[in-house]
Design a binder for this molecule. Structure first.
Ligand SMILES: Nc1ncnc2c1ncn2[C@@H]1O[C@H](COP(=O)(O)OP(=O)(O)OP(=O)(O)O)[C@@H](O)[C@H]1O
Ligand SMILES: N[C@@H](CCO)C(=O)O
Length: 309
């Protein structure tokens, strides 16, 4: 028996929404095929990308699959074939998408009828393998699609945020996959913050969510800011601040770090001088010794799966 699933890339945090907000986009996608194999209890990982771990315990798709099968009491052997379309270590939710696609394919394979929230719950275990922390945001966006808010992790609860504004997405992504980048990024976070900073960031978060719902560009611009996580991690993406300034100077709706970076996300519309953003951003990347790629994308749907036989 076999089943197939595909899950899109995502940009988590979206400024002040650390571990809460995330957006699925069609920049890239991972495709996973799950097959039953003879050997009971065995999980085998195959991939077209030799750089990701093939040890099921170290691969996001493998660990998530292992825990799902254990909890469902399934001792069948399973092969997980990962067709990696999402470059990893760039802040594009690569490990999360693999995990989601594997959970969705296994769900299909054994007709488990998982709810979306259950798919997020099991996919989160995959993030434990890749970043040492079961953060829910990337996987929730890859499961649900659109822009989501994780309102609870125990139990898992996710809400899709209604987006009443047309905008396009530009991802400015430095080349070069960075091993264990999110793990390092999470170790850079402060354990305590001032109340005043919490209130300031909560104002950004409120503005951002209300901006999406009301379709208010100014509220979104005001909300796409973060003075806690993005600031703590600045050494990981020294190019970001300058690129954000360039984006806003040239009429972007807003800009933030994509996930744990180093990719920069820019939201724009027809009033934005996109060409100038690209030209000037290239100069910044060069100044920091980076070769940056520009990826245009739109908001994507959620994970899709089908039974093959
Ligand atoms: N199936 C997988 N796909 C991609 N990376 C994986 C996978 N399984 C394990 N990894 C490991 O996870 C790390 C990449 O995950 P990481 O969280 O750092 O970045 P990301 O998932 O690409 O982006 P983000 O910052 O949005 O989480 C790499 O060290 C990679 O070897
Ligand atoms: N919320 C996670 C997202 C990783 O893409 C982090 O910033 O560590």
């Amino acid at each position: 028996m076999s089943a197939k699933a595909e899950a899109y890339s995502s940009s988590a945090n979206l400024g002040p929404g650390f571990d809460i907000l995330s957006m699925a986009h069609n920049a890239f996608k991972d495709i996973v095929i799950a097959r039953t194999i003879e050997e009971k209890g065995k999980i085998i990982i195959k991939s077209n990308n030799p750089k990701i771990p093939l040890d099921p315990e170290k691969n996001s798709a493998g660990l998530a699959t292992k825990i799902l099968l254990q909890e469902k009491g399934i001792d069948e052997g399973v092969e997980i074939e990962i067709n990696k379309g999402i470059p990893f270590g760039l802040g594009l939710g690569s490990s999360g998408a693999s995990s989601v696609a594997a959970i969705a394919a296994v769900n299909e394979l054994f007709e488990l009828k998982l709810t979306q929230e259950e798919m997020v719950k099991y996919s989160m275990f995959g993030e434990q393998a890749s970043s040492g922390s079961p953060h829910p945001d990337n996987v929730a966006a890859s499961v649900y699609g659109g822009i989501i808010a994780v309102t609870s992790v125990s139990p898992v609860k996710v809400e899709k945020i209604p987006v009443n504004l047309d905008f396009k997405i530009l991802l400015i992504s430095p080349q070069g996959e960075r091993e264990g980048k999110t793990k390092k990024a999470r170790e850079m976070l402060p354990s305590k913050i001032d109340l005043s900073l919490y209130v300031k960031n909560s104002r950004y978060l409120s503005s951002l969510i209300l901006g999406f719902i009301k379709g208010d560009k100014e509220l979104i611009k005001q909300g796409l800011n973060d003075e806690i996580v993005e600031v703590a991690r600045e050494p990981l993406y020294p190019h970001y601040k300058k690129i954000k300034e360039i984006a806003l100077k040239n009429g972007a709706i807003g800009s933030c770090v994509s996930g744990a970076g180093p990719t920069v996300l820019v939201l724009y519309d027809d009033n934005t001088n996109l060409d100038k953003i690209k030209v000037e951003s290239l100069e910044v990347c060069k100044a920091f010794g980076l070769t940056c790629n520009f990826i245009s994308a739109q908001i994507a749907g959620g994970v899709k799966s089908e039974r093959l036989n």
